[in-house]
Design a protein around this ligand. Structure first.
Ligand code: HEM
Length: 561
C-alpha cells in the first residue's frame, strides 16, 4: 500500500504551473509517520523541498489538513503546498531583448537591487545577456544557501560572479567545493588564521601601522589632504604583502610613495572582473577588449606574485603564511609539517593577498569615514581608550582589544551599514524548492545580497540609521544567524574573519589615539564605484591633526579604579 502526493504548482522537474507527477510513499513504513513532521520529511525529500516544516497538505486540493490518519488513508493524491501556496518561479524584471535586465541593475546595483527587492519581494531573478542569477535578502533562505548541503554548494559555473577569475588551482575562494584541492588548501590555510598565528601576525600589523605615522605627520605638516581609500589600500596591502608573500611594497617610505605595481595590477584585475562578469557568459571569452585584458591581467598578477614568493626570505620560497600554517598548534589535520602542494601554493597565496587587501582597504576606509561622519563616534572610541589606560606604548594584546566594547559595536555597525560586499554566491545542486515555495533549477546561482540582508527592514530597526547602540538591543542579539554575514557563513566563509577584526581594531586604536580625523569634503556625496568588486568610498578626502591632549577618564572609569 502507498499514499500519493502531488506538488501544487508543479514539481521541480515540471514546467511552471504544470502539475507534478504524483509521488508514492509506501505505507509499509507508516509506523515511521507517527508525527506529521515525519511525513513532511518523507514528502519533502521526494520533491527536494529544502525545509520540510514549510509543507502543508490538502487531501481535497482546497482545505489544509493536519490529521495524519486521514492524510495517510486518502484515496486521491494529496496536494502538497509549500509555505501555504503552490510552488512558483521567482519573479524578476523581464528586461530588454539581448541586454536582459542589465539596465535594471547597473550602474547603481545597490540602489537598483533595493528597488527590485521592494518590487518583487525577498527573492528575484535577473538575466543579463543570458546569465541568470537569483538574489535574496532573506536570512532564512541565506542560511540554507550557505550550508554546503545536498541542495547548495559553491560551484563556480558560467552564471557565477567569480566565473571570470575561476582558478582550478587556487584551492580557496576561486575553486569549487567538491574538489580535492579546496579541501587540501583549506586545511592548510585555516590554521594560519588561528588565534596563535593571529598573535604572531599582529606584531607585523603593529609595526606597519606605526610606520604610517611619519606619513600622516608629513601630510599634516604640508597641509595635504589624502584620499582615504588610496591610503588604506596602501596600508592593507603593505600588511598582507609582508605577511603572506614577504613583500615590502614600500608604501610608507615617503608620503608620496607610489602604489606598488603588484598591488596596482591586482586592483586592475578586480575592476576588470566586476566589469566583465556584469555582462554575459559569452562576453567573458571574447578574444579582445576587457575580457582579454582580464585574462592578461590575471596572468600578470601570477607572474608578479611568483616573483615575490621566489624572493621570500623564509626558506626556499616559503613565506610567513605557510610558516604559520605548518607551525601553529591549531593545525589538527596535518601535524607533520607538510606544506601546501606546489601547484596550489602560488595561486592560494595570490588569493590570500588579493582577498586580504581589497576587502580590508574598503572596510578601513568606511571605518575612517564613520569617524568624521557619525557624531560622537570618534570621541567615544578615544574616551574608551583613555578609560582602558591606553598609552603610546600599550601592547595591543587580544585582551586589551576585546575590552574595547564600543569599538566592537562601531566595527560591527560599520560592517552592517557599509557592507563591503563580495556578492558571495552558491549554486543549486539539484532542482529544488526554497522555504518560500519558489522553485530553482539545478545549476541556479543564488546570491545572498549582503548589503540588503544588512538593511532588511524585517530584521533591522531603522536600517539606514548608523547606530552602534543597536548591538546592545535584544532584537539584534536574537537576530537570525544569517541576518548579519559580512564574512559570509558556512564552510566557504572567510577564513580570516578573526584576523581581520583584530587587525582593523588594532589599526583604528593606533590611529585614533594619535590623530584626530577630519573630513575635508563633508558635503560631497560619497560615490562607491559600482564597477568594482568591493564597495568602497571612492571620493573621501580627510586630514589628520596630531593629538596633543586627551580627555580625562570618564566618571565611570574613574570610579572603577
Ligand atoms: C574586511 C575584510 C574581509 C572581508 C569583508 C572578507 C569577506 C569574505 C567573504 C564574504 C568571503 C566568502 C566569499 C564567497 O563566498 O565567495 C570570503 C572568503 C575568503 N576570504 Fe575573506 N574577507 C576579508 C578579508 C580577508 C583576508 C585578510 C584574507 C586573508 C587570508 C581573506 C581570505 C579569504 C579566503 C581565502 C576566502 C575563501 C575561503 C574558501 O574558499 O573556503 N579574507 N571573505
Amino acid at each position: 500500500m502507498s499514499c500519493q502526493f502531488v506538488l501544487a504548482g508543479g514539481g521541480t522537474n515540471s514546467h511552471a504551473g504544470a502539475p507534478s507527477c504524483p509521488v508514492s510513499i509506501p505505507l509499509s513504513t507508516a509506523s515511521a509517520f507517527r508525527t506529521l513532521l515525519r511525513l513532511k520529511q518523507a514528502v519533502a525529500e521526494k520533491f527536494n523541498v529544502i525545509d520540510p516544516s514549510t509543507l502543508s497538505f490538502s487531501p481535497d486540493g482546497t482545505t489544509v489538513s493536519e490529521d495524519l490518519p486521514s492524510l495517510l488513508q486518502s484515496t486521491k493524491p494529496v496536494t502538497v503546498l509549500v509555505d501555504g501556496h503552490a510552488v512558483v518561479d521567482p519573479p524578476g524584471p523581464s528586461g530588454l531583448p539581448f541586454l536582459g535586465s542589465h539596465t535594471e541593475v547597473y550602474p547603481d546595483h545597490i540602489g537598483n537591487h533595493e528597488r527590485l527587492f521592494q518590487r518583487y519581494g525577498s527573492v528575484f531573478q535577473t538575466t543579463v545577456m543570458g546569465r541568470t542569477v537569483y538574489h535574496t535578502n532573506d536570512p532564512e533562505i541565506t542560511g540554507h544557501v550557505f550550508k554546503e548541503s545536498a541542495f547548495f554548494t559553491k560551484e563556480i559555473n558560467k552564471d557565477h560572479p567569480l566565473f571570470g577569475v575561476l582558478s582550478p588551482h587556487a584551492g580557496v575562494f576561486l575553486t569549487s567545493t567538491h574538489t580535492a584541492i579546496w579541501k587540501e588548501a583549506h586545511k592548510f590555510m585555516v590554521p594560519s588564521m588561528g588565534p596563535k598565528a593571529i598573535d604572531k601576525h599582529m606584531v607585523t600589523v603593529l609595526a606597519i601601522v606605526r610606520s604610517t605615522f611619519p606619513v600622516f605627520d608629513e601630510l599634516e605638516r604640508t597641509r595635504q589632504a589624502f584620499n582615504t581609500y588610496d591610503l588604506m589600500l596602501k596600508l592593507s596591502s603593505q600588511i598582507v604583502g609582508k605577511l603572506f608573500i614577504d613583500a615590502d611594497f614600500g608604501h610608507f617610505d615617503a608620503a608620496d610613495a607610489p602604489i606598488h605595481i603588484t598591488v596596482r595590477t591586482i586592483y586592475k584585475l578586480l575592476g576588470l572582473n566586476k566589469k566583465v562578469t556584469s555582462w554575459g557568459d559569452w562576453y567573458t571569452w571574447l578574444p579582445f577588449g576587457d575580457p582579454k585584458r582580464l585574462r592578461d591581467t590575471w596572468h600578470e598578477v601570477g607572474e608578479r606574485v611568483a616573483a615575490h614568493i621566489a624572493q621570500a626570505k623564509v626558506g626556499e620560497g616559503d613565506v610567513p603564511l605557510q610558516e604559520a600554517a605548518v607551525k601553529t598548534e591549531n593545525l589538527t589535520v596535518d601535524n607533520k609539517g607538510n606544506k601546501l602542494p606546489a601547484p596550489t601554493r602560488q595561486p592560494a597565496l595570490i588569493v590570500a593577498v588579493t582577498a586580504g587587501f581589497v576587502t580590508t582597504s574598503a572596510l578601513l576606509s568606511w571605518l575612517l569615514f564613520g569617524l568624521t561622519s557619525y557624531e560622537g563616534c570618534q570621541a567615544s572610541i578615544l574616551q574608551e581608550l583613555v578609560d582602558n589606560g591606553m598609552s603610546d606604548t600599550t601592547e595591543m594584546t587580544s585582551t586589551f582589544i576585546s575590552n574595547l566594547t564600543f569599538l566592537d559595536k562601531y566595527v560591527k555597525e560599520t560592517q552592517r551599514h557599509h557592507t563591503t560586499s563580495f556578492q558571495p554566491a552558491r549554486t543549486a545542486r539539484v532542482d529544488l524548492v526554497l522555504p518560500n515555495g519558489m522553485r530553482l533549477p539545478k545549476g541556479a546561482v543564488v546570491i545572498p545580497e549582503v548589503h540588503h540582508l544588512h538593511h532588511n527592514p524585517g530584521v533591522w530597526d531603522n536600517p539606514n540609521r548608523f547606530d552602534p547602540g543597536r548591538w546592545d538591543t535584544e532584537q539584534v542579539k536574537d537576530r537570525h544567524r544569517a541576518a548579519y554575514i559580512p564574512f559570509a557563513m558556512g564552510p566557504r566563509m572567510c577564513i580570516a574573519m578573526n584576523f581581520v577584526l583584530r587587525e582593523v581594531k588594532t589599526i583604528l586604536v593606533q590611529l585614533v589615539w594619535r590623530y584626530e580625523f577630519v573630513r575635508v569634503n563633508p558635503t560631497e556625496p560619497i560615490e562607491y564605484d559600482p564597477m568594482f568588486q568591493t564597495i568602497r568610498p571612492r571620493n573621501l578626502y580627510q586630514t589628520t591633526r596630531r593629538r596633543t591632549e586627551w580627555p580625562a577618564p570618564s566618571q565611570k572609569a574613574a570610579a572603577a579604579v
